[in-house]
Design a protein around this ligand. Structure first.
Ligand code: SAH
Length: 394
């Protein structure tokens, strides 16, 4: 198969050669022919001096103008190609997990740039976050059908990054129907989720191993699960023997799902939910002199662009400072950052300062990221976006 050529400007092929999968629009020679290509088209990228480099999915209207899909210039991007990528992603997850609940495709890292697929048993939820993946939608659905024959395939095409690709916001079933909440099992606990109305795909699989770690420390403890969403951390702690969990989030749906999951697991008596702004809750709990054996804080990204870095970093320091006093003596603080443009060291530094401001010393027990169903792309450090620090305070 021959794909339309797109030429890089002279000297702009270094990053690509080093393994990076993206070409920005200012690194290309935007000829009229290239500009006229429909967004998402496969193209062959050429260096400034005319050598073929890779096949990419092209979007002339996006800042990320080309995303490499294969270094094999002779490949054909067809149903068989998409199925091979999905099958490889599936084989890896089947080696990692006993049960069919995981992130099946993590975008660039799994060789499908811009595609996220979360699997909840026989329900599959996709986010097509690039024009390339939107174009490949029929092939993706076909391949999922052949590999998994799911009962339902949900397209959660409502993430804000789609706007950068000129793609519309939509939530739609590509297959089947959902007659109510969907179940998943993580670390032995059953959760109810809502793939149509819930946040993102309905569940945050990235915290799986961090939840398991916190649960190990939870027997007989009181737990504050701040930014709990559906209490993934809190309910796993409860299942591991926590005496009481207080989940705080501003999402009504998240807290309702937390309640439903608690009931499903016979733990409703040990879960209390409060719909409140997290910082307001921390202030209130502080003035009530409440203390917790474990505090988990898993906020939304405080930094959404490089411009916001300085201001956003202060947010993590402020959060650590605010949480410090709520942690009981010899208690645990698990604090996370999911902002892809905050480097791990910068986050760790802010947390250290925040705890110092709060007058809390401690030991760092764990520095971790997302679980292995969220692999990192080796040349794309921001694909390792999640940082989780677990401290034992003095
Ligand atoms: N800890 C959760 C994931 C949290 S995602 C889990 O393990 O699944 C971040 C959460 O922060 C979202 O549920 C969002 O509703 C909540 N949130 C965002 N801003 C908030 C605020 N100001 N106060 C309380 N919750 C907030």
């Amino acid at each position: 198969m021959r794909y339309p050529p797109v030429h890089l400007l002279p000297g702009q092929d270094r990053r690509l050669r080093a393994g990076h999968p993206w070409i920005y629009s200012n690194e290309l020679r935007m000829e009229a022919a290239a500009k006229a290509l429909p967004p998402g088209e496969p193209v062959c990228l050429f260096s400034g001096d005319g050598r073929p480099l890779a096949l990419a999915l092209f979007n002339p209207h996006s800042l990320i103008a080309a995303r490499v899909i294969t270094r094999n210039k002779d490949a054909t991007i067809d149903a068989a190609f998409v199925e091979r990528r999905l099958a490889r992603a599936l084989r890896l997850r089947e080696r990692l997990f006993d049960l069919p609940y995981y992130r099946l495709v993590h975008a660039e890292a799994d060789g499908l740039p811009g595609l996220v697929v979360d699997r909840f048993g026989d329900v599959v939820v996709c986010q097509l976050n690039s024009a390339g993946m939107a174009t490949l939608e029929p092939l993706i659905i076909e391949a999922l059908e052949r590999l998994l024959a799911p009962r339902a395939i949900v397209l959660r095409n409502d993430s804000p990054v789609r706007e950068l690709e000129g793609l519309a916001q939509e939530v739609r079933l590509a297959k089947g129907s959902l007659g109510g909440p969907v179940e998943l099992v993580e670390n032995g606990v059953t959760f109810l989720i809502d793939p149509l109305e819930g946040q993102k795909t309905g569940w945050y699989y990235d915290q799986r191993e961090n939840r398991a770690f916190v649960a190990r420390l939870a027997r007989d403890q009181t737990v504050l699960d701040l930014y709990s969403y559906s209490a993934g951390f809190g309910l796993q702690a409860a299942a591991a023997g926590a005496a009481h969990v207080l989940a705080v989030d501003r999402s009504q749906l998240g807290l309702e799902l937390a309640r439903a999951s608690a009931e499903r697991n016979g733990m409703a008596a040990r879960l209390e939910v409060v719909r409140e702004d997290a910082f307001a809750a921390v202030d209130r709990l502080g003035s009530e002199k409440r203390r917790f054996g474990i505090v988990v804080a898993d906020p939304p990204a405080f930094v959404r662009s490089k411009k916001e870095l300085k201001q956003g970093l202060r947010g993590y320091r402020k959060l650590a400072r605010a949480c410090g006093p709520l942690v009981a003596e010899e208690g645990i603080l698990a604090i996370s950052c999911c902002a892809h443009n905050v480097p791990e060291d910068a986050f760790a530094d802010e947390v250290r300062r925040g705890l110092r401001d709060a007058g809390r010393g401690g030991r760092l027990l764990r520095r971790a990221g997302a679980g292995p169903d969220h692999p990192g792309h080796p040349a794309l450090p921001e694909s390792a976006y999640l940082k989780c620090l677990v401290y034992a305070l003095d």
